[in-house]
Design a protein around this ligand. Structure first.
Ligand SMILES: [Zn+2]
Ligand SMILES: [Zn+2]
Length: 449
């Protein structure tokens, strides 16, 4: 037996330091300690202490003890949702919690409410990035909960409150194990995922969060109303779509409804155009490519006997690779031009700039991620289908290999049956511990590789 003192931190009482007493052959509680005390303790006594290593089984016990705190954080955030680019309170809460854990914190990243936490492990290793998005949606909550949104017309209907709570839970777990941790874990709390355009990931990446030290792997999760509670779902390769929003203004010539031949009817041209645009997916794009084009809004006219001057169409096109994405944009431009010209109409076509790229899960990393997820007791991991939804996390995956995955929350017994973005969206909070544990385990596994 070495003459070193064996010291243990965390587990049942995370901020107490226990020192082994050889006579009693048990750990005795030294004192209540705050995270900063723990760091100081290490610095002062690192020469002559051994830190007991924790098995992953202990991590699993720890997350159960942490579960009430994770749920409480989630409820606090759920009650106080904030829209994209307005996540001031959420960011403050995140920064304060990370500081309490003794994690280095940077705020207002890239001029947004983005927060970066950096946890340096006691051993050398890789750098792992873990990301949570913080924003809510302009939805009026229609669920009767004691912690229902107190911000009228704003709701965490996509579950980003759970993402923040789970990542803070993972940060706490990892902070208790910092001495055993190899490498560094970076925590990205990003704003404005729901923006769909520039979003919150881009300004954070441009501000350099992926550098110094350079991130080797990156992981993100999403709570999913479509998957059963306790199920993890992911797949290698393209996982979610690039969402290109477009706006077409068909410009005609107004006149009387009884004499359409003397007008250029933008409503008739728009109707032809909507049908012709569907021809892109059925006749111009290879049928084996997952591809969707939808016109979701059309506005024109004022009265039953007036042919108006113009009509405005809004739509989205979803693709899973850059080649198809380019072809689709080219075809939309060509079809719009041809249909409008055929009837003598003019047009304006705009694609929203800076749309998210395809969310691409690295094959090797995803294979290893699945193996890690499979070790989490009480859960199932399965390969899921591609979705033509989109994710700002795609920008992190453009920078470095990583994986995006779902944590299912569908539970009929608890009334958690509505999809994300529904005003009735309700989360099965029992799955939050699984998400927190999965992030912590992935960080440990990949940082140590
Ligand atoms: Zn969403
Ligand atoms: Zn979301």
């Amino acid at each position: 037996m070495s003459n070193k003192i064996v010291c243990r931190i965390s587990n049942a009482e995370p901020f107490a330091i226990f020192v082994h007493d050889w006579r009693l052959r048990s750990f005795i509680r030294l004192r209540n300690a705050r995270p900063n005390d723990i760091s100081t303790f290490y610095l002062q006594f690192s020469e002559w202490i051994d830190v007991e290593s924790m098995s992953t089984a202990e991590l699993e016990l720890e997350v159960k003890k942490l579960e009430p705190a994770i749920i409480a954080t989630r409820r606090d955030l759920h009650e106080n949702p904030e829209l994209s680019y307005m996540e001031q309170r959420t960011a403050k809460l995140v920064a304060e919690r990370l500081k309490q854990l003794g994690i280095e914190v940077k705020t207002n990243i890239g001029g947004t409410y983005g927060v970066l936490g950096i946890l340096k492990g006691g051993k050398k290793g890789k750098v792992v990035g873990l990301r949570a998005d913080m924003d809510a949606l302009p939805v009026t909550e229609d669920v009767d909960l004691p912690f229902k949104s107190r911000n009228p017309g704003v709701m965490h209907a996509c579950g980003h409150d759970t993402h923040v709570a789970m990542l803070l839970g993972a940060a706490e777990l990892l902070s208790w194990h910092r001495e055993e941790l190899s490498g560094t874990v970076k925590f990205f709390f990003q704003p404005a995922e729901e923006d769909g355009g520039r979003g919150g990931a881009k300004p954070m990446i441009e501000a350099g969060v992926m550098e110094n030290p350079k991130v080797d792997y990156v992981f993100g999760l999403h709570i999913g109303g479509d998957y059963p509670s306790g199920t993890f779902g992911t797949k290698p390769g393209p996982f979610m779509a690039a969402p290109d929003a477009f706006k077409i203004r068909v410009i005609g010539k107004s006149g009387h409804g009884s004499t359409p031949h003397e007008t250029i009817d933008p409503i008739f041209v728009s109707a032809e155009l909507i049908v012709a645009l569907q021809g892109i997916s059925s006749r111009l794009i290879n049928q084996v490519e997952p591809f969707v084009i939808s016109v979701c809004s059309i506005h024109s006219g004022t009265k039953d006997n007036i042919i108006p001057d113009d009509a405005e169409l809004l739509g989205t096109v979803r693709t899973l690779n850059e080649k198809t994405r380019k072809l689709a944009k080219r075809d939309i431009a060509q079809v719009t031009k041809s249909i409008c010209e055929a009837y003598g109409a003019k047009y304006e076509l705009h694609f929203k700039e800076d749309a998210y790229p395809v969310t691409y899960n690295n094959e090797e990393v995803t294979k290893r991620t699945v193996e890690v997820l499979k070790t989490i007791p009480g859960t199932k991991t399965r390969e899921v289908e591609v979705k033509l939804g989109a994710e700002d996390f795609s920008r992190f995956l453009l920078e470095t290999p990583g994986t995006f995955y779902y944590v299912g929350t569908k539970n009929e017994k608890k009334g958690c049956v509505y999809p994300n973005h529904s005003s009735k969206f309700k989360v099965d909070e029992d799955v939050l511990k699984f998400g927190a544990l999965s992030l912590a385990k992935l960080a440990m596994e990949f940082a140590g590789s």
